[in-house]
Design a protein around this ligand. Structure first.
Ligand SMILES: Nc1ncnc2c1ncn2[C@@H]1O[C@H](COP(=O)(O)OP(=O)(O)OP(=O)(O)O)[C@@H](O)[C@H]1O
Length: 502
């Protein structure tokens, strides 16, 4: 996937820490670090495969992206809609408190700068000093990334205006807020008018819409003021640096539960176990209809809903006359089709398929995979496909991410990952795929020991306790997730087949 492809989700430094154990002085004692700083882009129209052993954090990542678990840290920016399409509380908050927000951000960045200076002075003569410096560098990078996240939330909205002084920034904030509130009013009126139209009250709809032109004028006037301010501060040498960060994506991590519920229509999940996720007391029609009503696609009792449900069922390979049957009357494969129909009925843009075929027989697996691929083509979908089964992942994915103990170890397009794995963990996973090719058979690499606990993960590279290439640096320093070839990322000190720096 090249950069020309449109990014649908930009994930930076995503963390999901689950608190466990008794609280001490009001703070949880320890955390399961299920996702520990994951950064990646998911491009529109691709199938991104996520693979790794059980417990490495794949499901957590899928659910956190969808904010079914609210993320502990980092940003998840969604580009399927824009900040202008919605009333978003976090956007309003930033506009209301621009000078304050900038001040906090600058304080944090100041601390990072100071640490940077200390870091630069650290000696690195001996082997121990080198390692100590690398560890300090990591702490610094961590803080930098936190500070950048806060900064990006602001500059994504106001770009180069970030360079303004306190008074001017407060002034700009007032214009932004006024524009935002006028837009909010317009969206409210449009929603009311739609409701009237739906109920056949066109005259009433026309009546409420009369207020819109006045509000649009207000929006234009406020935007003109903002443009004037922007023109004035273009001379600032840092203007461009922040202006390029302007971005209309929505940071899902900042949304309220209600806002997220609204966006849920775009961002769906297909579960691992189709049986437990289907309510046994509801018919297929009711199961699919529930989501349609929850997202206001149909009103209860709308006669058109049944036709629509039957159409979706047929598309998902279920005879439409099954509409009144209950989940227990279906086979495993058919139940998975119901789960798929339920998710796709609301026209999502992005679907997380979490072990969607793992519970099925191999012959049924391929039918369901092919159904998912057909539906993706027809509906312009993007998938995050989670599986511990590399042969399934290889078949379905355009790109693959390999996870280990909460971190991304390697990421590349599918062909390249299989042709040239750089990470010893990927190498071991690939070597364990069953093959019928007797002559070309490679040695299976047995990973010694169990996966360490994510509560107390190993220092340095998390894989070092099971890695056959492990050296001293691996035990102390977390390797950076680096791009070794265009689009091929890996986090390892001893990348396979790459000559090492001395
Ligand atoms: N709600 C939770 N509270 C506490 N710990 C959790 C929670 N959910 C997951 N975990 C822990 O987080 C880690 C990652 O779990 P996750 O289910 O994401 O892994 P996985 O790779 O999807 O594994 P599997 O394939 O077995 O589902 C595990 O150690 C798990 O025990």
């Amino acid at each position: 996937m090249s950069d020309e492809n449109k990014v649908l989700l930009r994930v930076s430094n995503l963390k999901q820490y689950f608190p466990i154990g008794k609280k001490k002085m009001g703070k949880p004692q320890s955390f399961v670090k299920a996702n520990d700083g994951i950064s990646l882009n998911i491009y529109e129209g691709e199938t991104f495969g996520l693979v790794g052993e059980s417990g490495c954090g794949k499901s957590t990542f899928g659910r956190t992206l969808l904010q079914l678990y609210r993320q502990t840290g980092g940003r998840t920016v969604y580009y399927g809609r824009t900040v202008e399409d919605f009333d978003l509380k976090y956007v309003e908050e930033i506009f209301k408190n621009l000078p304050d927000k900038k001040k906090k951000c600058e304080e944090l960045l100041g601390k990072v700068k100071k640490l940077e200076a200390d870091y630069a002075k650290m000696p690195e003569g001996t082997e121990e000093e080198k390692i100590a410096k690398k560890v300090a560098g990591q702490h610094l990078a961590e803080m930098e990334s936190e500070a950048d996240n806060d900064l990006l939330d602001i500059t994504a909205l106001i770009g180069g205006l970030y360079t303004l002084d306190e008074t001017a920034l407060a002034e700009a904030g007032r214009h932004y807020l006024a524009e935002y509130l006028a837009m909010k009013e317009i969206r409210k009126i449009n929603a009311q008018a739609d409701e009237f139209e739906k109920n056949g009250k066109s005259a009433k709809a026309g009546e409420v819409k009369k207020k819109i032109p006045e509000l649009q004028k207000k929006v234009q006037a406020e935007l003109a003021e903002i443009d004037k301010i922007r023109d004035n501060c273009k001379k600032d040498e840092d203007f461009e640096k922040y202006e390029v960060q302007k971005d209309d994506g929505i940071n899902l991590a900042n949304l309220t539960d209600a806002e997220m519920r609204y966006l849920r229509r775009d961002l769906q999940l297909i579960f691992q176990d189709p049986y437990s996720s289907l309510n046994p007391r509801m018919t297929v029609g009711q199961i699919i209809g529930e989501g349609l009503m929850a997202h206001n696609i149909f009103k209860k009792g709308d006669p058109k809903m049944q036709d629509y449900i039957m159409e979706i069922m047929e598309k998902c390979g279920l005879a439409s006359y099954f509409i009144h049957r209950y989940p227990h009357q279906f086979s495993g494969g058919q139940r998975q089709r119901i789960g798929i129909a339920r998710s796709l009925a609301v026209h999502p843009k992005f679907v997380v398929c979490d072990e969607a075929v793992s519970a099925l027989d191999v012959s049924i697996q391929s039918q369901i995979i092919n159904l998912l691929l057909d539906l993706k083509e027809q509906n312009n979908l993007t998938y995050l496909f989670i599986s511990h089964d590399l042969s399934v992942i290889k078949y379905i994915s355009d790109r693959i991410g390999v996870m280990y103990l909460g971190n991304m170890m390697e990421l590349s397009d599918t062909e390249h990952l299989f042709a040239h794995p750089y990470h010893p963990y990927t190498e071991a996973l690939l070597s364990a795929i069953p093959t019928t090719d007797v002559d070309g058979r490679k040695e299976t690499i047995i990973l010694e020991g169990d996966i360490p606990s994510p509560i107390n993960p190993p220092k340095g590279c998390k894989f070092h306790t099971r890695c056959r290439y492990c050296t001293e640096i691996c035990k102390n320093v977390t390797p950076q997730f680096e791009e070794v070839e265009p689009g091929h990322f890996v986090a390892c000190h001893h990348k396979l087949g790459v000559p090492e720096e001395k």
